[in-house]
Ligand binder design. Sequence first.
Ligand code: PEP
Ligand code: MG
Length: 599
Amino acid sequence: MNDPRLLTGIGVSPGIAVGRAVLSRREVPDVPHRTVPLRQVRKEIRRITAAVNDVRRYLEGLRTEAADAAGPDAAKIFDGQVLMLTDAEFLRGVEELIRDHRLTAEKAYEFRALEVCDLWSKAESALLRDRVTDFTAVANHVIGRLMGRDPSAIRSELTQEELTVLVMHELSPGLAVELHGSNVVGVVSEEGTRTSHAAILAHSLGMPAVLGASGALDRIAAGERVIIDGARGLVLRAPTEAEVADAEAREGRRRLHADALAETLDLEARTPDGHEIVLRGNLDLPAELDVVRRFGAQGVGLVRTEFLITARTRLPTEEEQVAYFTKLAHAFPDDPVVVRTYDLGGDKIPAAFRAPPERNPFLGWRAIRVCLDRPEIFRPQIRAVLRAATAGNVHLLLPMVTRLDEIEAARALIADEATRLAGEGVPAAASVPLGVMVETPAAAVMADRIAEVVDFMSVGTNDLTQYTLVIDRGNAKLASRFRSYDPAVVRLMRGIVDAGRASGVPVSVCGEMASEVVEAFLLLGLGYTTFSVAAPALPMLRWFVRQVPMADAQRAAAAVMEARTASDVWHLLREALAAHVDLALVDVPNEVAAPEGHG
Ligand code: PEP
Ligand code: MG
């Protein structure tokens, strides 16, 4: 990892590409500050209208291209851009500037656009900040038109025959579509996040992309050869012939494997020795519902309701929540939809939730503690779940439980709201299955007692690892120490599944651990048979389950229970797995990234 030729970013669209770097430094157009005489004001306003109409046609063209190449969902991104482009209030603001200050159309537009970007960039919500990229792209198109630029100019710049990796400051959604079908085989950008529209489009279009690679334009020389790995987020400059050959071979295997994965979508997740595994999807943003369904999830194992608050200035009403949960229930008529009550506090403090600053937010007033202390927030959510449960199989899940009396208090509130709803004559279920997240060491240790008072348990391995190993899950410096297969976590995981089995209470895993194949192998061996993961991990997991006999997973897990260190666990699992899957294919590194001086 210390190779000076290596740049790291966020891998947002898998695939390994080799090409010559073309640097695109086309930044925001430099708009001269000019004023116009009074008689020209009307003309400037007409120029805005004409440019907006032009850009609208252009975006609609991109929409059609995106629909053909990436499907209807991806194409909707451009509907959003058209809405931004034609926003009446924004355009009125531009006109005002032209009238009041006699600015040129391009200058007035630029002023207003900068104001909006500034406002959105300060927003707490990552979603809104991502949308700044979309808006900037739209604004640059309009300003470019007003200054007589051709929006498709980049296509003509890329006509040389050689395979190209485009390196730029920021990839816009429109450019991602325009590059499709060109000789550009991969993209590197300095800005960008996993959730940006450009990332989503690059993924849908199958264009390997590494975003957020800061300093890329300075560190990569124009014309030099680069290899990009769009899954791991790596860019290697000036590779040797052997490195190129290795990259091409890996890409060949990856494609073969991707075809195999696509074919398993309709197959059951059953191990070769006949054990059925249930695979559900985690749902963060409501917009992810389609993907969760498309990847064949057997229900939603975790609805993170905090995301209902993100990008909003107020908490959602009971009615809004009823509508959302009902929509989910209808989307999965045969499977459970597990709604987790607000997991607020810690790292999840959206603007609409006012919480006092704390010295240790992860150890502070959060999740179930907030829910119980603030019934005016908690009760509408409970009511919404009870009401939506008339439409399907809706479950309720409590986050960050550490004590049994928290569950009892929540149960009393649920019963109370059920009685009230009945009294009000509002259609609602009399009760719903109630579960808890086992994601604190306290809950793990008390799992046998918890199992006596709940209908199901769901293990949150992200927090369980964080609190057991005392490692902040978001601290990049400690990332290599954050290992859910550490023997300390594994012992707790074993205790939880055993407690569930002894009480006949189903136990699932909804943390990231379930989406990594080596760790999923361990979970199977420990006795977990229901997993809920982010939708994109579902095809790989389904394929994987079909390769590994349960008996082997159990043998490996038994050996792991004797292990002393995380490295020992890793090597044991890796070795046992190698008998069934090509580890290079599933991207399992040889070695764990060991923290300095430790095993
Ligand atoms: C977890 O902690 O593992 C979990 C699934 O919950 P979240 O990631 O939302 O904290
Ligand atoms: Mg958690």
